[in-house]
Design a protein. Structure first.
Length: 279
Protein backbone atom coordinates (compact mmCIF):
# COMPACT_ATOMS: atom_id res chain seq x y z
CA UNK A 1 0.00 0.00 0.00
CA UNK A 2 1.19 3.51 -0.70
CA UNK A 3 3.01 5.50 1.95
CA UNK A 4 0.31 8.18 2.16
CA UNK A 5 -2.05 5.57 3.62
CA UNK A 6 -4.52 5.94 0.78
CA UNK A 7 -5.85 2.53 -0.15
CA UNK A 8 -5.21 1.57 -3.77
CA UNK A 9 -6.78 -1.67 -4.98
CA UNK A 10 -7.44 -3.49 -8.24
CA UNK A 11 -10.42 -5.52 -9.43
CA UNK A 12 -10.51 -8.55 -11.72
CA UNK A 13 -13.23 -10.70 -13.22
CA UNK A 14 -12.61 -14.46 -13.63
CA UNK A 15 -11.37 -15.14 -17.19
CA UNK A 16 -13.49 -17.51 -19.23
CA UNK A 17 -10.55 -19.26 -20.91
CA UNK A 18 -7.44 -21.04 -19.67
CA UNK A 19 -5.27 -18.68 -21.72
CA UNK A 20 -6.94 -15.70 -20.11
CA UNK A 21 -6.41 -17.20 -16.67
CA UNK A 22 -2.75 -17.89 -17.36
CA UNK A 23 -2.17 -14.33 -18.58
CA UNK A 24 -3.94 -12.86 -15.56
CA UNK A 25 -1.83 -14.84 -13.10
CA UNK A 26 1.53 -14.88 -14.89
CA UNK A 27 1.62 -11.37 -16.38
CA UNK A 28 -1.09 -9.00 -15.17
CA UNK A 29 -0.94 -9.77 -11.45
CA UNK A 30 2.86 -9.46 -11.04
CA UNK A 31 2.81 -6.17 -12.98
CA UNK A 32 0.04 -4.67 -10.84
CA UNK A 33 1.35 -6.17 -7.58
CA UNK A 34 4.56 -4.21 -8.22
CA UNK A 35 2.45 -1.08 -7.54
CA UNK A 36 1.95 -2.36 -3.97
CA UNK A 37 -1.87 -2.32 -3.76
CA UNK A 38 -3.76 -2.96 -0.54
CA UNK A 39 -5.54 -5.87 -2.22
CA UNK A 40 -6.98 -7.34 -5.40
CA UNK A 41 -10.67 -8.23 -5.64
CA UNK A 42 -12.23 -10.91 -7.85
CA UNK A 43 -15.84 -10.65 -9.00
CA UNK A 44 -18.59 -13.22 -8.73
CA UNK A 45 -21.15 -13.79 -11.48
CA UNK A 46 -24.89 -13.29 -11.23
CA UNK A 47 -26.38 -16.03 -9.09
CA UNK A 48 -22.90 -17.32 -8.32
CA UNK A 49 -22.36 -18.38 -11.94
CA UNK A 50 -18.58 -17.99 -11.69
CA UNK A 51 -18.25 -19.20 -8.09
CA UNK A 52 -15.71 -21.94 -8.78
CA UNK A 53 -13.72 -19.74 -11.16
CA UNK A 54 -13.67 -16.98 -8.58
CA UNK A 55 -12.43 -19.34 -5.89
CA UNK A 56 -9.72 -20.77 -8.17
CA UNK A 57 -8.39 -17.31 -9.08
CA UNK A 58 -8.49 -16.23 -5.43
CA UNK A 59 -6.60 -19.37 -4.38
CA UNK A 60 -3.92 -18.85 -7.05
CA UNK A 61 -3.36 -15.20 -6.12
CA UNK A 62 -3.36 -15.98 -2.40
CA UNK A 63 -0.78 -18.75 -2.99
CA UNK A 64 1.64 -15.98 -4.00
CA UNK A 65 1.14 -14.29 -0.63
CA UNK A 66 -0.94 -11.49 -2.16
CA UNK A 67 -3.95 -9.99 -0.37
CA UNK A 68 -7.11 -10.81 -2.28
CA UNK A 69 -10.80 -10.20 -1.61
CA UNK A 70 -13.36 -12.47 -3.28
CA UNK A 71 -16.75 -11.02 -4.11
CA UNK A 72 -19.69 -12.85 -2.61
CA UNK A 73 -23.27 -12.68 -3.83
CA UNK A 74 -25.48 -15.56 -2.93
CA UNK A 75 -28.72 -15.27 -4.88
CA UNK A 76 -28.56 -18.93 -5.91
CA UNK A 77 -26.91 -20.59 -2.90
CA UNK A 78 -28.22 -21.85 0.42
CA UNK A 79 -26.62 -21.13 3.77
CA UNK A 80 -24.58 -24.33 3.82
CA UNK A 81 -22.96 -23.44 0.51
CA UNK A 82 -22.12 -20.02 1.91
CA UNK A 83 -20.61 -21.48 5.05
CA UNK A 84 -18.53 -23.93 3.03
CA UNK A 85 -17.15 -21.16 0.86
CA UNK A 86 -16.36 -18.96 3.85
CA UNK A 87 -14.46 -21.85 5.44
CA UNK A 88 -12.55 -22.43 2.19
CA UNK A 89 -11.52 -18.79 2.13
CA UNK A 90 -10.44 -18.82 5.77
CA UNK A 91 -8.26 -21.88 5.10
CA UNK A 92 -6.69 -20.05 2.14
CA UNK A 93 -5.72 -17.17 4.41
CA UNK A 94 -8.24 -14.74 2.92
CA UNK A 95 -9.23 -12.04 5.39
CA UNK A 96 -11.23 -9.64 3.23
CA UNK A 97 -14.53 -10.03 1.36
CA UNK A 98 -16.69 -7.86 -0.89
CA UNK A 99 -20.32 -8.62 0.04
CA UNK A 100 -22.88 -7.81 -2.62
CA UNK A 101 -26.57 -8.23 -3.25
CA UNK A 102 -27.21 -11.54 -4.99
CA UNK A 103 -29.05 -11.79 -8.27
CA UNK A 104 -31.41 -14.76 -8.03
CA UNK A 105 -31.08 -16.92 -11.18
CA UNK A 106 -34.10 -16.88 -13.48
CA UNK A 107 -36.84 -19.21 -12.31
CA UNK A 108 -35.60 -19.46 -8.71
CA UNK A 109 -37.57 -18.17 -5.78
CA UNK A 110 -36.02 -16.44 -2.81
CA UNK A 111 -37.33 -18.77 -0.13
CA UNK A 112 -34.79 -19.04 2.67
CA UNK A 113 -31.96 -17.64 0.58
CA UNK A 114 -29.79 -14.66 1.41
CA UNK A 115 -30.29 -11.99 -1.21
CA UNK A 116 -29.66 -8.54 0.25
CA UNK A 117 -26.14 -7.48 1.11
CA UNK A 118 -26.99 -6.44 4.67
CA UNK A 119 -28.30 -9.99 5.31
CA UNK A 120 -25.10 -11.46 3.90
CA UNK A 121 -22.92 -9.13 6.01
CA UNK A 122 -24.84 -10.09 9.15
CA UNK A 123 -24.55 -13.79 8.26
CA UNK A 124 -20.78 -13.55 7.77
CA UNK A 125 -20.38 -11.71 11.07
CA UNK A 126 -22.55 -14.25 12.90
CA UNK A 127 -20.53 -17.22 11.67
CA UNK A 128 -16.98 -15.84 11.34
CA UNK A 129 -16.88 -12.98 13.84
CA UNK A 130 -14.32 -10.34 12.93
CA UNK A 131 -12.13 -12.58 10.79
CA UNK A 132 -13.05 -10.83 7.53
CA UNK A 133 -12.77 -7.17 6.65
CA UNK A 134 -16.05 -6.73 4.78
CA UNK A 135 -16.41 -4.32 1.88
CA UNK A 136 -19.82 -3.42 0.46
CA UNK A 137 -21.00 -1.53 -2.61
CA UNK A 138 -21.98 2.16 -2.67
CA UNK A 139 -23.60 4.18 -5.45
CA UNK A 140 -22.74 7.90 -5.63
CA UNK A 141 -25.15 8.33 -8.54
CA UNK A 142 -27.62 6.01 -6.78
CA UNK A 143 -28.51 2.43 -7.60
CA UNK A 144 -30.74 2.28 -10.70
CA UNK A 145 -33.35 0.29 -8.74
CA UNK A 146 -33.37 2.57 -5.70
CA UNK A 147 -36.66 4.04 -4.55
CA UNK A 148 -35.01 7.39 -3.89
CA UNK A 149 -31.68 9.04 -3.12
CA UNK A 150 -32.30 9.08 0.62
CA UNK A 151 -33.52 5.47 0.68
CA UNK A 152 -30.38 4.32 -1.09
CA UNK A 153 -28.20 5.99 1.54
CA UNK A 154 -30.25 4.36 4.29
CA UNK A 155 -29.73 1.03 2.53
CA UNK A 156 -25.96 1.61 2.63
CA UNK A 157 -26.20 2.53 6.31
CA UNK A 158 -27.99 -0.77 6.89
CA UNK A 159 -25.00 -2.62 5.45
CA UNK A 160 -22.64 -0.79 7.80
CA UNK A 161 -24.97 -1.35 10.76
CA UNK A 162 -24.89 -5.08 9.93
CA UNK A 163 -21.09 -5.08 10.31
CA UNK A 164 -19.45 -3.86 7.10
CA UNK A 165 -16.09 -2.12 7.51
CA UNK A 166 -15.86 -0.01 4.35
CA UNK A 167 -17.41 0.49 0.92
CA UNK A 168 -16.31 0.64 -2.71
CA UNK A 169 -18.33 2.79 -5.08
CA UNK A 170 -19.59 2.02 -8.51
CA UNK A 171 -17.41 3.87 -11.01
CA UNK A 172 -18.23 7.47 -11.81
CA UNK A 173 -16.79 10.44 -13.70
CA UNK A 174 -18.62 13.25 -11.85
CA UNK A 175 -16.42 14.03 -8.88
CA UNK A 176 -19.11 16.34 -7.45
CA UNK A 177 -21.51 13.39 -7.24
CA UNK A 178 -19.00 11.47 -5.09
CA UNK A 179 -18.28 14.26 -2.61
CA UNK A 180 -21.97 15.20 -2.33
CA UNK A 181 -22.68 11.53 -1.66
CA UNK A 182 -20.04 11.48 1.10
CA UNK A 183 -21.63 14.53 2.71
CA UNK A 184 -25.07 12.92 2.63
CA UNK A 185 -23.67 9.68 4.05
CA UNK A 186 -22.04 11.59 6.91
CA UNK A 187 -25.34 13.37 7.59
CA UNK A 188 -27.01 9.95 7.82
CA UNK A 189 -24.48 8.84 10.44
CA UNK A 190 -22.13 6.83 8.22
CA UNK A 191 -18.54 7.26 9.39
CA UNK A 192 -16.80 4.36 7.60
CA UNK A 193 -14.46 4.79 4.58
CA UNK A 194 -16.08 4.91 1.15
CA UNK A 195 -13.45 4.27 -1.52
CA UNK A 196 -13.88 5.67 -5.01
CA UNK A 197 -14.37 3.12 -7.78
CA UNK A 198 -12.59 4.19 -10.98
CA UNK A 199 -13.01 2.77 -14.48
CA UNK A 200 -10.18 3.67 -16.90
CA UNK A 201 -11.47 4.57 -20.36
CA UNK A 202 -10.42 1.97 -22.91
CA UNK A 203 -13.24 0.66 -25.10
CA UNK A 204 -15.68 3.57 -25.19
CA UNK A 205 -18.52 1.63 -26.80
CA UNK A 206 -18.38 -0.99 -24.06
CA UNK A 207 -18.17 1.72 -21.42
CA UNK A 208 -21.31 3.38 -22.77
CA UNK A 209 -23.14 0.05 -22.64
CA UNK A 210 -21.97 -0.72 -19.08
CA UNK A 211 -22.89 2.77 -17.95
CA UNK A 212 -26.40 2.60 -19.38
CA UNK A 213 -27.01 -0.71 -17.61
CA UNK A 214 -25.70 0.34 -14.20
CA UNK A 215 -26.79 3.97 -14.08
CA UNK A 216 -23.33 5.56 -14.17
CA UNK A 217 -23.32 8.89 -16.00
CA UNK A 218 -20.62 9.73 -18.54
CA UNK A 219 -20.51 13.56 -18.73
CA UNK A 220 -21.58 14.94 -22.10
CA UNK A 221 -18.29 16.78 -22.59
CA UNK A 222 -16.36 13.51 -22.32
CA UNK A 223 -18.67 11.83 -24.83
CA UNK A 224 -18.35 14.74 -27.24
CA UNK A 225 -14.57 14.80 -26.99
CA UNK A 226 -14.20 11.06 -27.58
CA UNK A 227 -16.71 11.04 -30.44
CA UNK A 228 -14.69 13.83 -32.04
CA UNK A 229 -11.67 11.53 -32.23
CA UNK A 230 -13.70 9.09 -34.38
CA UNK A 231 -11.45 6.08 -35.05
CA UNK A 232 -8.25 7.60 -33.66
CA UNK A 233 -7.75 5.01 -30.90
CA UNK A 234 -4.41 6.43 -29.77
CA UNK A 235 -5.96 9.85 -29.13
CA UNK A 236 -8.90 8.25 -27.29
CA UNK A 237 -6.47 6.31 -25.10
CA UNK A 238 -4.40 9.40 -24.27
CA UNK A 239 -7.50 11.46 -23.55
CA UNK A 240 -8.89 8.70 -21.34
CA UNK A 241 -5.68 8.52 -19.32
CA UNK A 242 -5.64 12.31 -18.92
CA UNK A 243 -9.27 12.53 -17.80
CA UNK A 244 -9.08 9.65 -15.33
CA UNK A 245 -5.74 10.84 -13.92
CA UNK A 246 -7.27 14.27 -13.25
CA UNK A 247 -10.29 12.63 -11.64
CA UNK A 248 -8.08 10.56 -9.33
CA UNK A 249 -5.92 13.56 -8.42
CA UNK A 250 -8.99 15.58 -7.49
CA UNK A 251 -10.35 12.73 -5.40
CA UNK A 252 -7.13 12.19 -3.47
CA UNK A 253 -6.43 15.90 -2.98
CA UNK A 254 -9.88 16.37 -1.49
CA UNK A 255 -9.85 13.54 1.00
CA UNK A 256 -11.02 10.36 -0.74
CA UNK A 257 -9.74 7.50 1.46
CA UNK A 258 -8.65 5.44 -1.53
CA UNK A 259 -9.20 4.35 -5.11
CA UNK A 260 -10.38 1.00 -6.41
CA UNK A 261 -9.52 0.48 -10.08
CA UNK A 262 -11.78 -1.63 -12.29
CA UNK A 263 -8.90 -2.96 -14.39
CA UNK A 264 -10.87 -5.12 -16.86
CA UNK A 265 -7.99 -7.60 -16.33
CA UNK A 266 -5.52 -5.27 -18.08
CA UNK A 267 -2.29 -3.75 -16.79
CA UNK A 268 -2.72 -0.61 -18.88
CA UNK A 269 -4.00 2.04 -18.63
CA UNK A 270 -4.38 1.45 -14.87
CA UNK A 271 -0.60 1.36 -14.34
CA UNK A 272 -0.08 4.53 -16.39
CA UNK A 273 -2.74 6.37 -14.40
CA UNK A 274 -1.26 5.11 -11.12
CA UNK A 275 2.22 6.29 -12.13
CA UNK A 276 0.84 9.70 -13.09
CA UNK A 277 -0.43 10.10 -9.52
CA UNK A 278 3.10 9.76 -8.05
CA UNK A 279 1.82 7.69 -5.13
Amino acid sequence: MSDNKRSISFEYFPPKTEAGRDKLLAETTPALQALNPAFFSVTYGAGGSTRDNTRDIVAAIRAEGINVAPHLSFGGDDEQAILGLLEDYRELGVNRLVALRGDIPSGMGGGGQLVYANELVAFVREHTGDHFHIEVAAYPEIHPQAESYSRDILHLKGKFDAGADSAITQYFYNVEAYFYFLDQCAAAGIDKPIHAGIMPITNFQNLQRFSKNCGAEIPRWICQRIEGYRDDQDSIRKFGVEVVTQLCQTLLENGAPGIHFYTMNQVEPTREIYNNLSL
